[in-house]
Design a protein around this ligand. Sequence first.
Ligand SMILES: C[S@@+](CC[C@H](N)C(=O)[O-])C[C@H]1O[C@@H](n2cnc3c(N)ncnc32)[C@H](O)[C@@H]1O
Length: 374
Amino acid sequence: MRVDLPQPGPDELAHSERLAALIRAEIVAAGGAIDFARYMELALYAPGLGYYSAGAAKFGAAGDFITAPELGFVFARCLARAIAPVLRETHGDILELGPGSGALAAELLLELERLDALPARYFLLERSADLRERQRTTLTRRCPHLLERCGWLDSPPTQTWRGALIANEVIDALPVRAFGFRGDDVFERVVGVDGDGAFVWREGPADARLRTAIATIIPEASSFPQPYSSEICTLLAPWFTEVTRTLEAGAAWFVDYGYSRAEYYSPHRSNGTLRCHWRHRAHDDPLILPGLQDITTHVDFDALIEAGESTGFRLAAFEPQAQFLIHNGLDEVFAQAHAHEPDEAARYALAQQVKRLILPGQMGEAFRVVALRR
Ligand SMILES: C[S@@+](CC[C@H](N)C(=O)[O-])C[C@H]1O[C@@H](n2cnc3c(N)ncnc32)[C@H](O)[C@@H]1O
């Protein structure tokens, strides 16, 4: 995929070079290569330097990509309608994973207040100090009277709790291992350094854990075209278990772009789904601009559902985002907002927001919602 990328400024390049030096040192210490999951972990989350840990704008028009909550209030108001019955039933809390700018938290709280279904507490699980600060600023500006219900966590709750867990576009940011097939054999795609210090893909032996995981998702590797490369999120099941371990009763909503396993690991998708975002350009080279660009992959929804079902959850819904929003009051949310908006331009923007969320060529079909009950 060739895309013309905007040139980073001198400060951005210097920042990226500091992170690159750290990654290079780890590669040297590891004997010449690290697995891609480790590279992705460092590129996104190295303290003070990784894409999500440092101060880049990331979300919205001034950043690199836009998520549903960043488009406006419609997504959050519909999600509030899905969550409200669970909060009323459990008298519980909300735990939001990876809350980004805090836009979803603020709008959800305001809508749940209108629906008379406020959570006792709203926990934001956020590792990045920079993003925590941004979330606090958003909540202080948008719903100061609800701030005292909010609390920040840097790891999943250790005490049992009830209520609703939500994660919008979080699983796509979990580090993945990369692999390819050669002949009948599988190899791991690892990250090394060339003579100029640039990061390059290398082939390494696949360990037993990776082989077993790949054999589960692609039992018929010999019938796949070559070259074939893809990626697998071996972290997903342990991560899921950890973040939901203390949720005693309630439900979890995961919203993300992805495929069923058969669609994901289809012979036709021979390049995997690794994507990078830098200034609203998407491309597929994660080895450039470390720390400046987002790195994501699609979600294997079968893996997510299996992780839920093997830890005591029941699948309550699995549907495209468009259907989810329609099933959870999109008409009403739109009609109310439209009726209360005197400004013609704002009414037009509202219609555009809804189109972005539900049209098949936009977020309506590529994004899906998995709802799990326990
Ligand atoms: C694409 S952003 C989405 C942000 C926000 N949810 C939104 O929709 O705008 C991905 C988020 O996932 C968070 N994240 C990644 N790994 C995580 C983990 N292991 N636990 C919690 N959050 C994580 C990142 O810090 C980042 O805030």
